[in-house]
Design a binder for this molecule. Structure first.
Ligand SMILES: Cc1cc2nc3c(=O)[nH]c(=O)nc-3n(C[C@H](O)[C@H](O)[C@H](O)COP(=O)(O)OP(=O)(O)OC[C@H]3O[C@@H](n4cnc5c(N)ncnc54)[C@H](O)[C@@H]3O)c2cc1C
Length: 313
């Protein structure tokens, strides 16, 4: 039987939606018994949320003041201590999971499987490589714990009608002193979170400046959408890095994705492979984005976008 420990992602207050998607992946493993580990300073609120996720057997809380700021170097040895006896240890393939899980794998002396997009067996998984252009089937050794990250965009969140047991645990791991939290710099916005928004509007290099990018924000606000950007727009300094969509940015799966002044490079497309409907606005009718778009609008964005925004008044 597969005994799976899934590491919850949270901000100390609320569970990140990636955790419910990881549970869906874990539940696809035959005979899975799924426990969720919550590492926090105070875990009660997050643990209560995790306990509602369908398919979860137990929520294990590890409270420690050192867990206040979710430092991978500090959490990893505690995960290893808690993971004793588990056959699989999963985390989301978000920034949090990509930081934490390789450390867990290294401490256990195993290879990590990255970005599981489908479960083929207890130790066999599919994962994308080359910006999603090739899908590999990988098999992990059956005599070692499987440490893996789950590609959240490939899974729908499980329901939340469960009431799993919550157990406080004592992790006697030696914590490193070489890493300490200094400060978190994050953009604050009232807009829907890019990674979980049902609708996303993204702008590219064609916007030309940070000031011009405002028309993307205005359209997104009318639509109640999150805002993303191509790497070219980020590199040019129009918007911060946390808004980048794509291979080296965020992998997202909104119901509706609107790409404005974005050419459709494969590295960008890999970030929106699982989007529902893709709308592209581009003045070049030969732009590769039109090959993947469900709806294409050929035109100058500086005319089209303000008109669309006005039409939504
Ligand atoms: C290892 C690696 C990783 C990468 N990771 C990412 C990633 O995560 N995300 C990402 O996005 N890119 C990534 N890139 C970069 C990627 O290859 C492209 O360079 C980038 O996506 C291009 O951004 P863009 O579409 O905004 O710009 P461009 O390719 O320059 O496209 C601009 C588009 O705007 C159109 N346009 C111009 N003016 C107007 C107008 N007035 N109205 C309407 N349309 C107009 C043009 O026709 C063109 O199609 C990566 C590259 C590498 C090598």
């Amino acid at each position: 039987m597969a005994k799976i420990l899934l590491i919850a992602e949270h901000d100390g207050q609320a569970l990140n939606p990636s955790t419910a998607k990881c549970v869906a992946c874990a539940a696809a493993i035959a005979g899975a018994e799924i426990d969720v580990g919550v590492f926090a300073e105070t875990a009660a609120g997050v643990a209560a949320e995790a306990a509602t996720l369908d398919g979860v057997a137990r929520v294990l809380t590890v409270e420690n003041s050192a867990n206040k700021d979710a430092l991978a170097a500090v959490i990893a040895p505690q995960v290893v201590a808690l993971a004793e006896g588990y056959s699989h240890i999963f985390g989301p393939s978000t920034t949090f999971g990509k930081d934490l899980m390789p450390r867990v794998a290294a401490l256990l002396g195993v290879n990590q499987i990255s970005d599981i997009m489908s479960v083929e067996g207890t130790h066999t998984f599919k994962r994308p490589i080359y910006a999603g252009n090739v899908v590999l089937t990988v098999e992990a050794p059956a005599d070692q714990p499987v440490v893996a990250t789950v590609r959240a965009a490939s899974y729908s969140a499980v329901g939340n009608s469960n009431s799993a047991a919550i157990e406080a645990t004592d992790c006697s791991a030696q914590l490193p002193t070489h890493s300490r939290f200094v400060e978190l710099q994050a953009g604050s916005s009232d807009r829907p979170d890019l990674q979980t928004a049902a609708r996303v509007v993204s702008g590219g290099r064609a916007l030309g400046s940070a000031e011009n990018f405002d028309i993307i924000f205005q359209l997104a606000d009318k639509m109640g959408a999150g805002v993303g950007a191509s790497r070219a727009a980020v590199d040019a300094g129009y918007v911060p890095n946390e808004m980048q969509v794509g291979q080296t940015g965020k992998i997202i799966a909104p119901d509706l994705y609107v790409a404005i002044g974005i050419s459709g490079a494969i590295q960008h497309l890999t970030g929106i492979k699982d989007a529902g409907t893709i709308v592209a606005i581009n003045k070049d009718e030969e732009a590769p984005i039109f090959e993947v778009a469900d709806i294409g609008l050929v035109g100058d964005l500086f005319n089209v976008v303000p008109e669309l925004t006005k039409a939504l008044d």
